[in-house]
Design a protein around this ligand. Structure first.
Ligand code: KG4
Ligand code: ZN
Length: 340
């Protein structure tokens, strides 16, 4: 069964075709990063307009790439939320209208469920249950995952998300948007010179807090004005060490607490190579396994939405209603999700 996936929750238009028998057939992405860069962050109205520009050409592209036609599509999965309402509306209205014209079912997907399941797109995926670390621009959560729609929150951020902390710290260091990859790149030239706190490292629970770290970086940058290249790199290095140490330690604590031996990592910060190094070493030590999405599927993409939709379609035994009325959910708690 062929599922078209549509992602338009923020600043990336992603389309993909996933076949429930054959796996991922094609995917295409248009990133708006260059467009928003001059404003230092995402401009919602520009994002919506750009999604409108790309959603159709990318659909044609993934169909052509896979050698399929519109008539081959059995269902359309799309991101209904959370995200920017205007941006979500583009993908949602496109998906529902196309499905209406083809008289096929739609599957409204939670963006974070897409991220969460993305590692399962790879070879040798872990079986349920497992622990998931979801670290994106808006979320830093540890979850116990027992199946599709069975997500138990183990730990959450009390303030900034990990990606948000990367972005804000990158700004303090004079780096552009998006800050995470730029900061990680700068950190490769850094050395251990400064010491930043490891927030909540020994809190005894699985929660995170990253906003204090950003304030400590602000203090450091104020003390070392004007910032030279070496100081900036050393601060970036230490900041990345602090965040990845906390994330990695809490993941291991979550595995210990749940008694599980499989960890998956997803979301934009999951692309961070220092985090991967630490998690690989720590899980190896404890004879646990860690799985990641390929780098391009850590950040927003259509493949994870097509896949999550296909999993839900399969689990619901294809009993999907064809309603075609729609709304978006800019705010949508993952805990509200139910089993298919
Ligand atoms: O999952 P994602 O694409 O979007 C959300 O749904 O939020 O994550 C984007 C976040 C941004 O904060 C970005 O700076 C961060 O992921 N990010 C990184 C890296 N690549 C992306 N953070 C640290 N290291 C990276 N290599
Ligand atoms: Zn995302």
């Amino acid at each position: 069964m062929l599922v078209l996936g549509v992602e338009s929750s923020c600043d990336e238009t992603g389309l993909a075709l996933y076949d429930t028998e054959l796996g991922l057939l094609s995917h295409a992405l248009h990133s708006q990063v260059d467009m928003h860069a001059e404003y230092g962050g995402v401009v919602p109205e520009l994002a919506s307009r750009d999604h409108i520009r790309w959603v159709l050409p990318l659909t044609e592209h993934v169909l052509k790439q896979a050698g399929k036609t519109l008539q081959d599509i059995a269902a359309i999965a799309y991101t209904q939320g959370p995200g920017l309402s205007g941006a979500l509306l583009v993908g949602t209205s496109f998906a529902e209208s196309l499905a209406f014209s083809l008289q096929i079912p739609t599957i409204n997907v939670h963006h974070l469920e897409g991220h969460l399941l993305a590692p399962l797109l790879e070879d040798n995926p872990p079986a349920f249950p497992f622990v998931a670390l979801l670290v994106s621009g808006g979320h830093s959560q540890l979850m116990r995952v027992d199946g599709i729609g069975q997500y138990e929150l183990l730990g959450d951020t009390l303030d900034d998300a990990a990606g948000e902390a990367f972005d804000k710290t990158a700004k303090l260091l004079g780096l552009g948007y998006p800050g995470g990859p730029a900061l990680a790149k700068l950190a490769t030239n850094g050395k251990p010179h400064f010491k930043l706190p490891r927030p909540l490292l020994h809190s005894g629970d699985l929660n995170f807090s990253f906003s204090g770290l950003k304030t400590s970086v602000l203090t450091l940058t104020n003390q070392h004005q004007p910032l030279d290249e070496i100081t900036r790199a050393d601060i970036a290095w230490e900041f990345q060490e602090a965040v990845t140490e906390v994330l990695s330690n809490k993941c291991m604590a979550a595995l210990r607490e749940t008694g599980l031996d499989n960890l998956i990592v997803s979301g934009g910060v999951g692309a961070n190579s220092r985090l991967r190094e630490k998690l690989n070493a720590a899980t190896n030590c404890k004879l646990c396994k860690v799985s990641y999405p390929r780098l391009e599927f850590c950040t927003d993409n259509g493949a994870m939405i097509a896949f999550a939709g296909a999993m839900r379609l399969k689990a619901s035994h294809d009993k999907r209603k064809k309603d075609y009325s729609f709304s978006v959910k800019p705010r949508w708690d993952l805990a509200e999700l139910q089993q298919p």
